[in-house]
Design a binder for this molecule. Sequence first.
Ligand SMILES: Cc1cc2nc3c(=O)[nH]c(=O)nc-3n(C[C@H](O)[C@H](O)[C@H](O)COP(=O)(O)OP(=O)(O)OC[C@H]3O[C@@H](n4cnc5c(N)ncnc54)[C@H](O)[C@@H]3O)c2cc1C
Length: 396
Amino acid sequence: MKSDVVIVGGGISGLSLAFYSARAGYKTTLLEKNERIGGSFNSHHCTNGKDAFWLDMGAHTCYNSYQNLLDIVEACHLKEDIIPRAKVPFMLLRDKELKSVFSSLNIFEALRSIPNIFSLKKDGLSVREYYSKIAGENNYNKALSHFFNAVPSQPTDDFPADMMFKSRPKRKEVLKNYTFREGLGSVARAIAKSKGINVFTGQEVTGIERLEGSYVITTKTGMTCTASTLALAAPPQASSRLLQTIEADISRHLGQIESASVDSVGVMVRKEDLAVRPVAAIISPDDIFFSAVSRDTVPHEEYRGFAFHFRPGEHEESKIRRITEVLGISMDKIAHRYDVINTVPSLRVGHRDWLEKIDGMLEGRNLLLTGNYFGGMAIEDCVSRSLSESRRIRKT
Ligand SMILES: Cc1cc2nc3c(=O)[nH]c(=O)nc-3n(C[C@H](O)[C@H](O)[C@H](O)COP(=O)(O)OP(=O)(O)OC[C@H]3O[C@@H](n4cnc5c(N)ncnc54)[C@H](O)[C@@H]3O)c2cc1C
């Protein structure tokens, strides 16, 4: 099959790049390894029919500052599906009790430290260096660090502070934070259906060659595509492997980005079986899981759901024991269970130098790279990277 652009990876990075490429009139093919499109946009449907129950196993919240995402949402006629998230709190689990993140803060230490916000710049500082100065070291250790670790489900002390939370211009007419009627997975499905994109799922790309100025892309099932432009939107280690033979320097540079696996287990429980108060998420310091993100933000008549994001490598019995302990239920009360592995980058201070170098290496090539390891791992960071990469597509 011949296309102008072939994109490897069907998460939001690959999908948004496919959207921009097709909109610019390029014949666009997207190849996704899994049978399901969306990557970390994964709204797992646990029941079918009217008012079906779904649970977001990866990304769950969007903000009115996600302007590029909102443009795509509008173009895919999904704006009507934007719904508010119920106002339920993020809770810390301490001594078997749920406590608000704020109640764990020492207010005097916070008041002493907060003026640092006016003099301290995030650039070049790690999450620990920056936030322990503006909130106080004890507050950081006791409360904030656990909250931060829950965001990418891995220790974040050494993450670049400027890539963790960003302030961006907001769209005032849109809800401050929101989700979609059928979860974030519906956004992935809508983009995949948009005009001009040929999507193939169940197609793991295993080989890439250069032939007479074109890229020849082959998949595990034997499918072959050729294109003048290749875009890689898979996690950095996977993209690095694919480039090994055709772009050794870029492959090596990509290989420097480490990633963490997140072992996520989703459970659905009947409402009457749960005593836990409604929450946005449960964060348990120094536990085998980083967070249990709840569906209470979109209340359902019959069920509640939690996506537990575990450290990788935990035993099955430990995971299920911890889920039942935290929720205060016996195993037979779990009405449905779903497991998935997400991959998230482990960004480090100095990442901007890495980024500058990779962009220099890509200059003048028909090779595009996108993903959640460029400006940051928020959804808008992924879409913004895809937008800027789409501007490098040229007709050859
Ligand atoms: C648990 C969790 C919660 C999050 N919550 C939020 C949130 O609420 N808000 C927010 O802004 N961000 C959130 N994020 C971050 C954000 O969701 C991710 O950074 C973003 O969705 C990543 O998209 P991506 O397309 O770059 O990567 P992915 O979603 O990982 O997609 C990469 C795709 O490439 C495919 N692939 C890999 N190798 C190959 C191959 N060889 N051939 C073909 N395909 C291949 C994979 O199967 C996958 O589908 C969350 C992330 C996680 C993990």
